[in-house]
Design a protein around this ligand. Structure first.
Ligand SMILES: Cc1ncc(COP(=O)(O)O)c(C=O)c1O
Length: 399
């Protein structure tokens, strides 16, 4: 019943009612809150709103019960204190760069960095007068040589995107600390479970939640996690100015995925090892770039610092085999999809032109291989079926 004496019209009653849902509600999962508008009971409460913390609500873009819950779980996963959620992994990289860099600053990126991060530096940041310099992540001296008084941010990545080199993170962080430069790491491969960046003194942990946390190949999201209040507020202030936010449905899907991530990662990691072992015995493959394999650059750092491996790795096809034959092999695969975004239940294969014209630039670390690189992602299917599939497709490589 309305509190007003006069009966209200249908259109009004379709918007307003006096029903108060009983609480508590015993569902096991947090509710999916959809909101742009946040309303306050009084003007005084509206004026007293605090948009800097997750202790209240100010605008749908800045947080709802669903998104705050997810942010807390990601912060816990990474071993951090604060977490910001943004619409993609790349958006998280952009946020860190925009929040911490200004005209005249220098940014240092590992030479094997996720390529859109390199592009961002070479184009948008360059246009803003921010210089991007690339260092060889496998050579700490190369990092030290690239640091100058303008250097404000160093990115690290474990392992390198596509080429899979595993850097000595403690050695790189020690150099950054010696020069008082902030460090950010792309911790996506380790899924927040296999490596603990904060324990090694990293300042900011970025994670493309699109991959293992989602697990469904159907949600895009990124996170920026910190342990330091001031740094978090610096990042948050820019996040708000850039208009970044995430929707309730995506946050809910992410929470669903997160709950089973460890089991999926275990399975995918084991499948990845089985596929990589099979490939290492094949004459068509000249190198297996998997951090758990002794001949992968930085294997000793993986062994020292990581508790396991993800299902993403690369191989180099013997240089006598033409690119067209490699393409035919990938086309012949029945259980592996040809796609970039990994971390789901489906296995993937995708060729990269690292050593070929059109491949990504390498400024600081020359690429030692000549054959075509194929990146594989092992999903959660039965390993025996995946290997049977590889077996029939490898015929196309003509050996
Ligand atoms: C290592 C790594 N970092 C960041 C990203 C970017 O994530 P998103 O696809 O959510 O933008 C990806 C995506 O492929 C990635 O593999």
């Amino acid at each position: 019943m309305s509190t007003s004496e006069k009966p209200r019209g249908t259109a009004t009653r379709l918007v307003h009612d006096d029903y108060v849902a009983p609480s508590p509600f015993g569902g096991l999962n947090v509710g999916v809150h959809h909101a742009s508008t946040i309303a306050w009971p009084t003007v005084a409460q509206m004026r007293a709103r605090d948009w800097k913390h997750d202790t209240g609500y100010s605008y749908g873009l800045h947080g709802t019960p669903t998104t705050y819950t997810l942010a807390h779980r990601i912060a816990a996963l990474e071993g951090g204190m604060h977490c910001l959620l943004v619409p993609s992994g790349l958006a998280a990289i952009v946020l860190v760069d925009f929040a911490l860099l200004q005209t005249g600053d220098r940014l240092l990126l590992p030479d094997n960095v996720y390529n859109p991060s390199r592009d961002l530096g070479d184009t948008v940041l360059a246009g803003l007068g921010i210089e991007t310099v690339f260092y060889d992540p496998m050579d700490p001296a190369s990092l030290e040589a690239a640091i100058d008084e303008r250097t404000k941010l160093i990115w690290l990545e474990t392992p390198g995107s596509v080429t899979m080199e595993m850097p000595d993170i403690p050695a790189l962080v020690a150099i950054a600390k010696k020069h008082g430069v902030l460090t950010a790491i792309d911790n996506t491969w380790a899924a927040g479970l296999l490596f603990r960046p904060f324990n090694h003194g990293i300042d900011i942990v970025m994670h493309a939640l699109t991959k293992y946390p989602s697990g469904g190949s159907d949600v895009l999201m990124g996170s920026v996690t910190t342990r330091d209040d001031d740094l978090h507020q610096r990042l948050k202030a820019v996040e708000m100015k850039m208009g970044y936010g995430i929707g309730g449905d995506d946050a809910y899907l992410m929470l669903r995925g997160l709950a089973t991530m460890e089991m999926r990662l275990d399975r995918s990691g084991e499948n990845g090892l089985a596929l990589a072992r099979w490939m290492s015995a094949r004459p068509e493959i000249s190198a297996v770039l998997h951090p758990a394999f002794p001949d992968c650059p930085g294997h000793e750092f993986w062994k020292r610092d990581f508790s396991g491996s993800a299902g993403l790795f690369s191989v180099i096809v013997d240089e006598s085999i033409e690119e067209a034959q490699v393409d035919a092999m990938i086309d012949a695969l029945e259980l592996f999809s040809i796609g970039f975004s990994w971390g789901g239940v489906h296995s993937l294969a995708v060729p990269y032109r690292i050593a070929l014209p059109g491949g990504p630039a390498r400024d600081a670390a020359p690429w030692p291989h000549r054959g075509v690189l194929v990146r594989f992602y092992a999903g959660t299917e039965d390993a025996v079926d995946l290997i049977d599939d590889l077996q029939q497709a490898f015929v196309k490589l003509g050996r």
